[in-house]
Design a protein. Structure first.
Length: 265
């Protein structure tokens, strides 16, 4: 029976891949090889025209340094947006995650809360940001709230799955003392899931730092706005500087998160 189920599952995966082949334009994948030279020509625009010419290198580095100077303040704003969006989301995801766990909340509470979290997760941050822009206007606050809503849906699901996989022994032990359900959660559930919750929160912060760069495209603050302007103007050196700042910032955030996880988890 197990072998038959595995075979059926494998066949299902193949059927799904074949079904989506034409819709995903996979029949045009050969163009990646055929037009590789065009991609190389586009990427070359991000580098000096002549690496062996001192004047060309000097002009390139001058434009690159100007772009970095412009991008750094906006990247700091982007990180600040991600910090606050993640912080609000973690605070909101704790109660929503507990209410989404079948071993903590009754079924008539779990299902509506889970469907609400599905809505939060399924709507892209850009759409959510547009809704908040209508209320608070252009600026970072709309980006913060967009990240907070979307991340709440993601973290609530992860938090609830962590709660559902806990060892029931400590919960039964606390319950045997006559403790209330709230005390069971505080003293038996949260201590078991706190390391995982911390890891999930830090991961989402890394993800939000990347997502926040895109929110600037619609005026929700951050580095995305100047990146969009540079790309539209075909200003390759400026674009290269902005992308370089984003890559360095995201890498530093990743290293910081790893160090923090080692100490907290």
């Amino acid at each position: 029976m197990q072998r038959a189920m595995n075979t059926a599952l494998s066949a299902g995966v193949v059927v799904i891949l074949v079904w989506s082949f034409n819709a995903a334009n996979m029949d045009r994948a050969y163009l990646l090889v055929e037009n590789a030279g065009d991609m190389g020509e586009f990427i070359a625009g991000f580098f000096p025209e002549n690496l062996f010419d001192a004047q060309s290198r000097g002009s390139y580095w001058h434009e690159l340094s100007e772009g970095i100077g412009e991008a750094l303040p906006q990247m700091i704003v982007t990180v600040q947006i991600a910090i606050w969006g993640t912080f609000i989301a973690v605070l909101a995801a704790i109660p929503f995650g507990l209410l989404s766990a079948r071993n903590v909340a009754p079924g008539w509470v779990v299902q509506p809360v889970r469907r609400l979290m599905d809505v939060f997760r399924s709507i892209n941050e850009l759409i959510i940001a547009l809704v908040f822009i209508a209320a608070v206007g252009l600026g970072p606050l709309a980006g913060v709230m967009a990240l907070a809503v979307h991340t709440t849906g993601v973290l609530a699901k992860l938090f609830s799955e962590a709660v559902e996989s806990i060892d029931p022994g400590p919960v039964e032990g606390v319950r045997a003392t006559g403790a209330s359900p709230l005390h069971e959660v505080i003293w038996a559930v949260i201590p078991q899931v706190a390391p995982l919750w911390t890891s999930f929160g830090l991961y989402r912060f890394e993800s939000n730092a990347r997502s926040a760069t895109v929110l600037g495209l619609i005026g929700a603050g951050g580095i995305g706005q100047i990146l969009f302007e540079a790309v539209r103007a075909f200003d390759y050196q400026r674009t290269a500087a902005i992308v370089l700042v984003i890559v360095i910032a995201v890498s530093l955030i990743d290293l910081f998160s790893q160090l923090l996880r080692k100490r907290l988890v």
